[in-house]
Design a protein around this ligand. Structure first.
Ligand code: ZN
Length: 277
């Protein structure tokens, strides 16, 4: 799933190649998908989007938001967004296709679940969308040590585990179960470690790990487990992911393990991320 680094990379790529392109044709909802969510009726999307010119794209947490004339188009984290150059074979299955005036196309396909939201003005009151715009990005200056410590000190957070605190309930929109793995590995903290048992030094390490891991992921073009606008994997080599499970940890030599935890797989190095009670 797209998270903050990939959303930033894809938004940048859209700005590089699609700014100034006009949308000439729109197909919304071609392939039925139970967990593809639209803003209102997708049948209204052509009327909202055709003849609009794409001005810019930006990341909003783990979402990509595109401004096109009077319309705003938002892809949430479960959408795979791809560009298809002139002459390339477009996919048969998709939940949105925008044909552009240069003959190329942009598609969105929903993986497990996700939103493809189009609206005019600010006529959209989805809580995930709102909170993703209201809270500061971990890459912003506003997201400083004080801000991070306040998240961990908020009522109820102390009894949560590190995974629950960082990657659930939109405390940090766009930080999901993907980037979480390398953040915790870098900080030396187990996903099941209870926040209350983290000392100040561990919390500081965690803060730095959020900043440094995200920065590195963006600089490398996103994670190698995700694809960019052109269908290419990112250049950031994930330390803990499906790509490294079963391998020896480069720091301590112990075998990287996979567990199911809180509705998703977590990857752990038992040597680097000891669990204390
Ligand atoms: Zn290790």
């Amino acid at each position: 799933m797209m998270e903050i680094p990939e959303a930033l990379v894809i938004a940048r790529q859209i700005n590089q190649i699609l700014a100034g392109r006009t949308i000439v044709q729109v197909t919304a909802g071609q392939t039925p998908h139970k967990f593809a969510f639209y803003a209102g009726d997708p049948a209204a999307y052509p009327a909202l989007l055709v003849s609009m010119t794409i001005s810019q794209a930006k990341a909003r947490g783990g979402m990509v938001e595109i401004a096109a004339g009077a319309a705003t188009l938002v892809f949430s984290d479960g959408a795979a967004i791809r560009h298809w150059p002139v002459g390339s074979k477009r996919p048969d299955k998709h939940q949105l296709l925008l044909a552009l005036d240069d003959g190329s196309a942009l598609t969105a396909s929903i993986q497990m679940y996700g939103g493809i939201w189009c609206f005019q003005g600010d006529d959209f009151d989805n809580p995930y969308y709102q909170v993703a715009g209201d809270k500061p990005s971990p890459l912003s200056e506003q997201f400083d040590s004080e801000y991070f410590m306040a998240i961990l000190a908020a009522p109820g957070c102390e009894k949560l585990t590190a995974k629950a605190a960082l990657a659930t309930e939109q405390r940090i929109p766009g930080l999901g179960n993907g980037v979480l793995q390398d953040i915790l590995y870098r900080a030396g903290i187990h996903p099941r470690q209870v926040v209350r048992l983290l000392d100040l030094a561990a919390k500081e390490r965690l803060f730095l790990a959020v900043k440094e891991t995200m920065t590195e992921m963006v600089a490398s073009g996103g994670r190698d487990t995700e694809k960019d606008l052109f269908g290419q994997p990112g250049g950031y080599q994930t330390r803990l992911s499906k790509n490294t499970v079963g391998q020896a940890c480069p720091k301590c030599g112990q075998v990287i393990q996979k567990e199911s935890y809180l509705g998703g797989s977590v990857y752990v190095c038992p040597g680097c991320q000891p669990l204390s009670n």
